[in-house]
Design a protein. Structure first.
Length: 401
């Protein structure tokens, strides 16, 4: 039986038979149910029929929520959904506003973008930035990106971590990145305090790789250096770069970004402005100093090791590619660039250097507190470097007795 609201709107008990008979016109129509207040069906000119519920929130604003299309849900199902909405409203809720807020809530994709731009690019060094961005794009976004920040669970993170178990170090680093991002999510109000989903997840045990470089290895590397330089397969600049990594014990990133202004030829030190452990003076051997002095400078470039254009430093990927060529030529394909730095530390220990001297030699943060009580003297460090450099140079030249 048809009835009307005070405003003239048509009302009828909405049943399947009634809804099936409703016809579309050139204007949108709404037919209201005469039993459940605010429950109705909307008929669009296209013929699409959708169940709706209308209510006023606590602030007196009229809101309308779509419940579902006719045919996908029945009138009875729609009536039940409408009743649930009315009950929620009676308790002070606002389902339409809640849904809008949920749609607007940040996803993990959004969080990672903000984390990178507001934290990583401001507080992390370039090499760390590059690695974080790589893992965010290759690992975190594909696995978690579409999830809302608020709905991410510990199980979601554990699954990602478990899927990376074949690369434990990388898996643990991803966990650290996610943990920091979700700590910031709490600061930024995207999650409640104390709900970081990384909490209580156990890191994998990382296998510490120890690949010592023997005197025989040094000779093979030296032969590869000379052969590659002779046939032009690796540039002299790159050969000098790797030679100086072995002579100084510097990190790859420290030499890649080294400028001529950072080399103090008078004192025999590298004044590294952007080292991993912070700005520091790195004592080098006289052999390393002589090699630096023998190198040609690229006009107009501040960098010691430059790219083809001369305006930018060596690209890390190009250096790594050259190293793969050299180690293959030397028959040492398991040798990493970083092993050259380990070699310097190992040789220092073998020469009798104490822990404090090795710390200063390599620029480590370790023993920082204890080191405050030890007088620092560059002379013994240089003596150690001179001994190591002499041994390395003899090895590379094939002159070890």
């Amino acid at each position: 039986m048809l009835s009307q609201t005070p405003t003239g709107a048509t009302m009828v008990k909405l049943t399947k038979r009634v809804v099936d008979t409703l016809k579309a016109t050139d204007k949108e129509q709404v037919m209201w149910d005469d039993e459940l207040r605010g429950f109705g069906i909307r008929i669009k000119p296209t013929g699409v029929k959708s169940y709706i519920v209308q209510y006023r929130n606590a602030g007196g604003r009229s809101k309308r929520k779509t419940l579902g299309r006719h045919g996908e849900i029945t009138p009875d199902q729609a009536r039940k959904l409408a009743a649930d909405v009315r009950h929620e409203v009676s308790k002070g809720g606002d389902p339409v506003a809640a849904r809008a807020a949920w749609k607007a809530a940040p996803t993990v994709d959004d969080l990672m973008t903000e984390y990178v731009t507001s934290h990583v690019e401001i507080h992390n060094k370039p090499t760390t930035q590059a690695e974080v961005k790589r893992l965010v794009d290759r690992r975190i976004r594909p696995a978690l990106g579409k999830l809302k920040v608020k709905e991410v669970t510990r199980q979601d993170i554990a699954k990602l971590h478990r899927n990376m178990r074949e690369t434990p170090r990388q898996a643990n680093f991803v966990l650290s990145v996610i943990s920091k991002a979700f700590n910031l999510a709490e600061v930024w109000g995207y999650r409640n305090d104390g709900t970081n989903p990384v909490n209580k997840l156990q890191r994998y045990k990382e296998n510490i790789r120890n690949r010592p470089i023997t005197d025989a290895d040094l000779e093979k590397i030296g032969v590869a250096f000379r052969a590659a330089e002779l046939d032009g397969s690796v540039s002299t600049g790159l050969i000098n770069f790797f030679r100086l990594l072995a002579l100084t014990g510097c990190r790859l990133s420290e030499l890649l970004s080294l400028t001529w202004a950072e080399i103090d030829f008078e004192r025999g030190v590298l004044n590294l402005k952007d080292a991993k452990a912070g700005a520091r003076s790195h004592v080098i051997s006289t052999i390393a100093l002589d090699l630096f002095a023998s190198m040609e400078r690229v006009p107009g470039s501040e960098f010691v090791f430059t790219s083809g254009s001369g305006t930018a430093p060596f690209d890390k990927s190009n250096a790594e590619r050259a190293w793969r060529k050299l180690r293959k030529r030397a028959g040492l394909e398991d040798l990493r660039i970083h092993d050259l730095r380990h070699m310097v530390g190992t040789m220092a220990g073998s020469s009798g250097a104490n822990a404090f001297q090795i710390r200063d030699l390599l620029g480590h943060k370790t023993l920082a507190v204890t080191g405050r009580y030890v007088a620092r003297d560059d002379n013994p460090i240089r003596q150690i470097h001179d001994q190591i450099s002499a041994h390395v140079e003899q090895g590379l030249s094939g002159k070890i007795q």
